[in-house]
Design a protein around this ligand. Structure first.
Ligand code: XLS
Ligand code: NI
Ligand code: NI
Length: 445
């Protein structure tokens, strides 16, 4: 990552320069206290542990609008009324932001970066034009694309879904968008391509042929994969689970559901998962659980970083500031080998009432610091405590004698039953949950 700040025709974040690392004692809200990109932890630079990415949609397209009122954020890159010029301004603002913050990656939907036209051809033309400009910006700045995706849920035509829409004509429009978005991702050298289900789901079984819709989705993803591979896409295709919102029953409910889907439609050689914290909690799981599940199946792909509100039942997409969650996540990542060619995309937005441009910086800085702190905590736990040994010791009976034979598949149910008689009633072995919790808390500092 170069230290160069990229400013376009006009400077959008005036008065804010390159965000420095100042260390834990700093009181400067526009400085990192823990994220020190070149610092080596557990064999690699912090930058590599996280591969942070900024999300185009929340950061440059969000205005704070909610169902009860219009946007509150008046950002200068949104002032231009000509849609293509406005997209160019947004691109300037975006690369100024990425380079000032010092993140190595970004992510976008086709419709965040370029405006929809009145025909398929016009939309494609708009996208090509902005992607051309984005490619130049990437070269000038060294900022790369973590993943691209297509927004096949906002336009009213997708009100009944995209690939799962009962109307075939709608599906073809989704295909046109995905094709162009894959092309754009290839052109910009993206490491991954994401499918978030959007409106793929349903509200009432009374009007829904679920099996048929799922078959359509499976077929759509197979054809998208075939197209991408033929066009030269070498990265991972990722599916992002979410249990609800916008529909009541989202087809990609959680990591386990998506894993079953991936196998059902034979997508396992090309597809992995993009896991989001707020989606995990909406599904009744923790982030760490979802991430561990994906690793367990060899299907971990990438992360969307945010957090929800336990008192709200929807996707609030807050900036992650929960140190406990960050530490648990980093424990999983450190023990499983890290994010690989995925990364950590901030699928998060400042609150509706946080209207200063600097608030966008502060949200990202705070999250990056939270995760960096989580990394340091997890690393200390792994290196300076007996955490791993305590965990492994719980399974030590499988490391010897008949336990090994069972793991190797050498004992049938009859032999196992005979062993029960031979062994007699087992002693109670404490799971020590409180001790594990105390150990984690001891290191939260
Ligand atoms: C919405 C999703 C979306 C995906 C990209 O809830 O998180 O933002 O990450 O389509
Ligand atoms: Ni997301
Ligand atoms: Ni989300």
């Amino acid at each position: 990552m170069s230290n160069k700040v990229l400013i376009g025709k006009q400077e959008y974040f005036k008065g804010i320069g390159k965000i420095p690392y100042e260390g834990p004692d700093s009181t400067n809200p526009l400085a990192f206290k823990y994220y020190d990109e070149n610092r080596n932890i557990a064999g690699k630079a912090m930058r590599e542990h996280f591969r942070f990415a900024v999300a185009y949609w929340h950061t440059f397209c969000g205005t704070g609008a909610d169902p009860f009122g219009p946007g509150t954020m008046e950002f200068p890159w949104n002032e231009e009324t000509d849609p293509v010029k406005a997209a160019m301004n947004k691109l300037d603002a975006a690369f100024e932001f990425f380079t000032k913050l010092g993140v190595p990656f970004y992510c976008f939907h086709d419709r965040d970066i370029a405006p929809e036209g009145s025909t398929v051809q016009e939309s494609e033309k708009n996208l090509k034009r902005i992607i051309e400009a984005a490619g130049i910006k990437q070269e000038e700045s060294g900022v790369k694309l973590l993943w691209g995706t297509a927004n096949v849920f906002s336009h009213p035509r997708y009100m009944n879904g995209a690939a799962t829409n009962p109307d075939f004509q709608v599906l073809t429009h989704a295909a046109a968008q995905v094709k162009s978005a894959i092309d754009a991702t290839i052109q910009l050298g993206g490491d991954n391509y994401v499918f978030w289900g959007g409106r793929e789901g349903y509200f009432s079984l009374l009007n829904t042929d679920m099996k048929r819709e799922l078959n359509h989705l499976g077929m759509f993803l197979q054809k998208s994969r075939d197209y991408g591979r033929e066009a030269g896409f070498k990265g991972n295709f990722l599916i992002e689970p979410k249990p609800m919102e916008p529909t009541k029953h989202q087809y990609d409910f959680d990591v386990s559901t998506v894993i079953a889907f991936i196998h059902q439609y034979e997508l396992e050689n090309d597809f992995k998962l993009n896991i989001e914290n707020n989606h995990a909690t909406l599904a009744g799981h923790t982030f760490a659980h979802e991430v561990q599940t994906a690793f367990g199946h060899g299907l971990f792909g990438s992360l969307d970083i945010n957090q929800g509100d336990s008192l709200n039942g929807w996707d609030t997409d807050e900036f992650l500031h929960n140190l406990y969650d960050a530490s648990e996540l980093m424990l999983v990542l450190l023990t499983e080998g890290g994010v690989g060619q995925g990364g950590m995309n901030f699928d998060a937005k400042t609150r509706r009432s946080s209207t200063d441009p600097e608030d966008i910086f502060i949200g990202h800085i705070s999250s990056m610091d939270t995760l960096a702190r989580g990394l340091l905590i997890a690393d200390t736990i792994l290196n300076q405590s007996n955490y791993m040994k305590m965990k492994q010791d719980r399974y030590s009976s499988f490391d010897i004698g008949k336990g090994v034979a069972f793991e190797n598949g050498e004992l049938g149910l009859i032999e196992l039953a005979e062993l029960a008689t031979e062994y007699g009633e087992p002693a109670h072995i404490s799971g020590k949950q409180e001790l594990f919790e105390a150990l984690l808390n001891k290191h939260l500092r």
